[in-house]
Design a protein around this ligand. Structure first.
Ligand code: DQA
Length: 147
């Protein structure tokens, strides 16, 4: 099965940006851990990061007929992007939303996720480990679909 991991704006700055909130781990290190888990479970995995809303919409659309699952951290677009929400809804591919920080503990403008209602689930506040939890959850969902 193929999993596509989509990372939104400023997540390329992990390890540099607001370490008190997002921690010291770099995006490439998070991806290395996800890749190892994917390989152990015989999944193909691809990673994509963009700071541009339209590129994220394009990448979600490209998943149609290609990917079996999507793991996405839409970052700031979580709270603003109807376009990303609509793209997730359009492709109808099981999608899990991840946030490093607990968005419900932070500023009020982060409490609302426009994308979560069209995702199968959301993991928030578990730091980089949240991506591993998403991999475990996705593996479970994909295995269930196969059965
Ligand atoms: C984030 C939370 C968002 O509110 C923020 O804009 C981000 C990262 C997270 O992973 O905690 O860029 O998605």
């Amino acid at each position: 099965m193929k999993i596509v991991v989509i990372q939104g704006p400023n997540l390329n700055m992990l390890g540099i940006r607001e370490q008190n909130i997002y921690g010291p781990m770099k995006l490439e290190d998070i991806h290395a851990q996800m890749k190892a888990f994917a390989e152990q479970n015989n999944h193909e995995i691809e990673f994509f990061q963009s700071n541009l809303e339209g590129e994220i919409v394009d990448r979600i659309q490209e998943c149609l007929g290609d990917a079996d699952g999507i793991i996405i951290n839409p970052a700031a677009y979580t709270h603003t992007s109807i376009a990303i929400r609509d793209a997730i809804a359009a492709v109808k591919i099981p999608t899990l939303e991840v946030h490093l920080s607990n968005i419900y503990q932070r500023e009020e403008f982060r409490h609302k996720s426009l994308t979560a209602p069209v995702c199968a689930g959301q993991i928030t506040g578990m730091g980089p480990y949240g991506y591993h939890l998403a991999m475990v959850g996705m593996n479970q969902m994909l295995t269930e679909i196969k059965m």
